[in-house]
Ligand binder design. Sequence first.
Ligand code: ZN
Ligand code: ZN
Length: 352
Amino acid sequence: MRGRGERLERVLAERELDRMLVTDLTNVRYLTGFTGTNGACICGPGERLFLTDFRYTERAAAEVEGWEPITVAGDWLGAIAERLRGRFGFEDDHMPVRMLEKLGEKLADGAEPAPAGGTVEKLRRVKDDEELAAIAEASKLADEVWRWSVERGLAGKSEREVARGAEARIRELGGDPSFPAIVAAGPNGALPHAEPGERPIGRGELVVFDMGAQLDGYCSDGTRTYATGDPGERGRAVYETVLAAQLASLEAVKAGVTGEDVDAVARKIIDEAGHGEHFGHGLGHGVGLEVHEGPRLSPKSDDVLAPNEVVTVEPGIYLPGELGVRIEDFVVVSEDGYRNLSALPKELTLVD
Ligand code: ZN
Ligand code: ZN
């Protein structure tokens, strides 16, 4: 966690804030290392305060580094309020209105809250070496589970059986699923966020298999679409279009381009194949402590990619009532390109 408080402190100066109150637990974890369920931190010039309650005193001592630990007994908001001075940022995108009101009642004269939601999230976009290592490990674990799942065969099993099996395997290997695995075969594949169902997977179907592992708090996210035998001419054509869009938009990833630019590369290829209306989601998103975070790759995203951001590239084509194909890698952005964290092949793979 070293250096993260310093990065936040620099942003505060740019935004003319005297301090920042961080209450979102993922952001608190990012800054301090704390993994418990009640904590907050206050960052100011040369000031690093971490507050929790007695249940977490020991955990804080073990996990929190570089922040002064404070155990609050009794009035939680009062303890926070008495440490806030001047114009302080707070996370208006996370803090409940009622909590802000109560905090406001307890503030000292001259302490003034300023909405600063998204500040820590923006820092989180760029990963340090420790984070990149955790993400790469999570990715490796997930790749292993795809191989394992495919070896055991898909046809004849229900989507749910395959999904639950993969999640159990992730846990056996020491991780957690970063979200409930999606296994969507045949017509279900046309629903980008399908819930795995009980229908047995048939032969000659395309199977969208989207999953991720979480290790040390960090997530992976990827999708492969497999075919349980020849998916037919239309299925193959859709697959090749998605693959072409995925490869081309991957090549557009590098520092300095916007999320909109990268998205447009995939969208153009899918449009030209006549499937513009069948690609109804953004091209990708950042991944880190959360499986969906900044930056966004989408038609409206003016996020500019920076080195060491981790983003997914996941075009898809969804033909209602018929089939779906999505191919998703996740990659580390570099100055002149990217490093792919997904090692699985992307050519159409026929499986049992
Ligand atoms: Zn994704
Ligand atoms: Zn995914």
